[in-house]
Ligand binder design. Structure first.
Ligand SMILES: NC(=O)c1ccc[n+]([C@@H]2O[C@H](COP(=O)([O-])OP(=O)(O)OC[C@H]3O[C@@H](n4cnc5c(N)ncnc54)[C@H](OP(=O)(O)O)[C@@H]3O)[C@@H](O)[C@H]2O)c1
Length: 321
């Protein structure tokens, strides 16, 4: 089979396509014919060696959707031909999904309902599970609460806008001008350009004086901002940053409002099947769609890795073997 592999860590150019043997599923694993593999920033961190160590040669790809073609001896709940999607491979212990076939342990894969599209599901894992974990599991977002999603056009952001809307929260999000109409169509009540000088005032106005829940993917830019626009008792969930030194300029603002800060990694999810099933249900009933903005061949994996870190797009980039 064809598989994207890197033989040494480095920039996107280390990604090439190798002809290798099709993997055998372990006792509690599925072998999937890969329909789609989401392209995530974290795939580039595994590639460049800045995340946890992987064994080389290495196939990236944390997210996958596909059809079961073989099963390990201990697998009970799946059959060949099942449509499934999952996340959490392509890491220190498992090879990833940028290949014609991939194995995945059964503790991080679920069935895909008929109403959910395989290509969209390939891009759903990290983005939608992270959004679900942040807003539902960590922030306990409730109906009618104001929810600020920074960067609503991103993979996580556009899933978060829809999940917040699905629980009838009032969604405020930020994005470049070209995505404002799309994000309103996905359920945002207010969409603001993240570059505007009066962003904090605009968020306060849109939230009637303060936001209840904030999903922050750029803590180095917004740690203080979040406190400034929070209402008393607000919950902020931090999932990322550009440089690892976010800092308050006035932490007293956060203290005076009893703001809770929760930092999280999707990889710590106790049972990935739980949010995967919830996300699958939302896709099935049409409450969540993954906007696949570009599709790439395996041979274009290096372009996909450059684009996910440098280009502006709505939703997700997806590899299709
Ligand atoms: N902790 C976790 O478990 C976890 C899970 C998933 C992702 N993450 C992290 O979360 C971040 C986002 O991931 P992603 O997959 O959603 O990436 P993505 O698809 O590249 O989205 C990033 C978004 O940020 C927007 N953006 C750029 N500058 C901004 C600014 N100053 N203010 C607000 N938004 C801005 C981008 O918009 P434009 O391109 O239009 O500028 C883009 O829509 C990454 O750092 C990733 O590593 C963490």
């Amino acid at each position: 089979m064809r598989a994207v592999r890197l033989h040494e860590h480095g920039d996107a150019d280390v990604l090439g396509v190798d002809e290798i043997d099709r993997p055998e599923p372990g006792e509690d694993e599925l072998l999937l014919e890969v329909a789609a593999a989401g392209v995530n920033p974290v795939d580039t961190y595994f590639r460049d060696g800045s995340y946890e160590p992987v064994s080389l040669p290495f196939t990236p790809g944390v997210d996958v959707a596909g059809v079961v073609t073989d099963l390990g001896a201990e697998v009970e709940d799946f059959e060949t031909g099942d449509r499934v999607y999952g996340t959490g491979i392509g890491n220190a212990t498992e090879q990833g999904a940028y290949a014609e076939y991939a194995t995945i342990p059964t503790d991080r894969v679920v069935h895909l309902p008929d109403g959910a599209d395989l290509t969209e599901a390939g891009g759903a894992g990290v983005a939608a599970v992270t959004a679900w974990r942040a807003l539902i599991d960590h922030a306990d977002l409730e109906p009618a609460e104001y929810c600020l999603v920074h960067g609503g056009s991103g993979g996580v952001g556009h899933a978060a806008v829809q999940i917040a809307n699905a629980v009838s929260a009032r969604v405020i999000t930020t994005a470049a001008e070209e995505y404002h109409d799309d994000l309103e169509a996905l359920g945002a009540e207010t969409v603001l350009d993240y570059g505007r000088d009066d962003l904090a005032d605009a968020v306060l106005e849109a939230s009637n004086g303060g936001v209840d829940v904030i999903l922050d993917h750029r803590l180095d830019d917004y740690l203080q901002f979040d406190a400034d626009v929070a209402t008393t008792g607000a919950r902020v969930v931090g999932i990322g940053e550009n440089s690892p030194d976010p800092a308050f300029t006035n932490d007293g603002v956060a203290r005076s409002k009893d703001v809770s800060y929760q930092f999280m990694s999707m990889f710590n999810t106790p049972d990935l099947r739980v949010p995967l099933r919830s996300v699958a249900h939302l896709m099935d009933v049409g409450a969540l769609s993954i906007d696949v903005s570009r599709e790439y061949d395996l041979e274009e994996a290096a372009d996909a890795h450059r684009d996910v870190m440098t280009e502006s797009f709505l939703g997700k980039l997806v590899l299709e073997p």
